[in-house]
Design a protein around this ligand. Structure first.
Ligand code: SF4
Length: 392
């Protein structure tokens, strides 16, 4: 059967694709875009890589183990590719955006056909076509891309009746441990009218109970637009759209969470009271070294305001233990902060060196055994807090 779809040439020997996704909700949503493109290409989705003719790894590089996992899974396909040389293996997402990594990947896994990045993902069908036209390796990375086009074909996963919507791409914050600004570029906000249009489309489909707005720092939405847009205003505009749905968002940066935004969340019925507010550390000294640009006191002040204005708020957080220079005293500051706030959920991580970040070269790297002990202490404390809360 020969099917010609859009401007791309359908390959009759190719039937199925599989996307393997690592990392955060941003990547999960980007895989929905890739999936939409591959369906448009005329392929069907399978969840098993070894059933697929096109396998795409949408990678993450936020921590070393995410990269190791992806490399292990790419390497495991060597035999499959040898038996099925027409199979296309593509690696995209954050990992190849790091300087020199695309070359290393090709060196280690010469059977990779396509390498692409976070900022040119919307060109994936073109890359696939180039490979099918006979180009040996298609390696395309983009570092200063403006916003991607608005006309994406989505294949929304719809898990938990939720639809993701990007409101910003990239990040300007340069936390010293984080690779994201290097791999995803500077912050770019979508126009309010385009976001509203996408939300209207989602609501009209009638199958989603919530819309989750995505950005590395949703609270700074609109700063680059200079047209008066801001996150609080955007939330209010979306809430005005007719329909029965909740608005969720992630991730909030404490330094940009304004009183106006807390008021908007408190007084707008459609906005969820689940607030993810990464504190990362309870020590002002460590926060400064992380370039988070708020203090322990400022963070606790925001929490107090949220709890006063939104008494049923579910506040969750991210904690990094073992950041370079974190002493036992600094760590105890994190423990006391957790005891004081009583988060509904904590995502606790061991600090992992990322090449090219400021923290990579910092003195006072914490030994792994201490990091493990600290992360366990955080997790055990959180378990205890949840147990006590359930017992109330
Ligand atoms: S705000 Fe900080 S941690 Fe979050 S993506 Fe930007 S640099 Fe990374």
């Amino acid at each position: 059967m020969l099917v010609i779809l859009s401007k791309y040439l359908y390959n009759e020997f190719m039937e199925k694709f599989c996307i393997v996704t690592y990392g955060c909700q941003m990547n999960v949503h980007e895989s929905e875009k890739l999936s939409g493109m591959l369906l448009d290409f005329g392929l069907q989705e399978t969840l098993k890589p070894t059933n697929a003719d096109v396998i795409v790894f949408n990678t993450c590089c936020i921590r070393e183990n995410a990269e190791n996992k992806a490399c292990g899974n790419i390497g495991a396909l060597k035999g499959y590719k040898k038996k099925n040389p027409n199979v296309i293996i593509a690696v995209g997402g954050c990992m190849p955006q790091q300087k020199g990594v695309a070359e290393k990947l090709l060196d280690k896994f010469p059977f990779i056909d396509i390498i692409f990045g976070t900022q040119n993902l919307y060109l994936f069908k073109q890359f696939l076509q180039e490979r099918l036209n006979g180009k040996k390796h298609v390696v395309e990375l983009e570092y200063n891309s403006p916003l991607p086009p608005e006309n994406f074909e989505f294949n929304r996963d719809g898990k938990d009746d939720n639809a993701y919507v990007n409101i910003t791409y990239g990040c300007n914050n340069f936390c010293t441990y984080c690779i994201v600004p290097f791999v995803r570029g500077r912050e770019r906000s979508r126009l309010e009218k385009d976001i509203l249009e996408e939300c209207k489309q989602i609501i009209s489909e009638g199958k989603y109970k919530s819309i989750t707005l995505l950005g590395q720092n949703v609270n700074s939405y609109g700063n680059d637009l200079k047209d008066g847009s801001n996150f609080s205003k955007l939330l209010k505009e979306i809430a005005l759209l007719p329909g029965d749905f909740k608005i969720k968002f992630m991730t909030s940066h404490p330094k940009d969470l304004s009183d106006e935004l807390i008021e908007t969340i408190a007084t707008t019925e459609k906005i969820s009271h689940d607030i993810h507010l990464p504190c990362q550390s309870g020590s002002t000294k460590v926060l400064e070294a992380m370039n988070r640009r708020y203090t322990r006191e400022h963070y606790l002040g925001i929490i107090k305001k949220i709890k006063t204005k939104i008494p049923d708020a579910n506040i969750s957080t991210d904690i990094i233990v073992g950041f370079p220079g974190e002493t036992e005293e600094d760590f105890q500051d994190t423990i006391t902060l957790i005891k004081e706030v009583k988060f509904s959920q904590i995502f606790a991580f061991i600090y992992s060196k990322r090449k090219g970040t400021v923290a990579e070269k910092m003195e006072g790297q914490v030994p792994i055994l201490i990091k493990r002990r600290r992360v366990n202490e955080v997790l055990n404390l959180q378990k205890q807090i949840i147990k006590e809360q359930k017992g109330k």
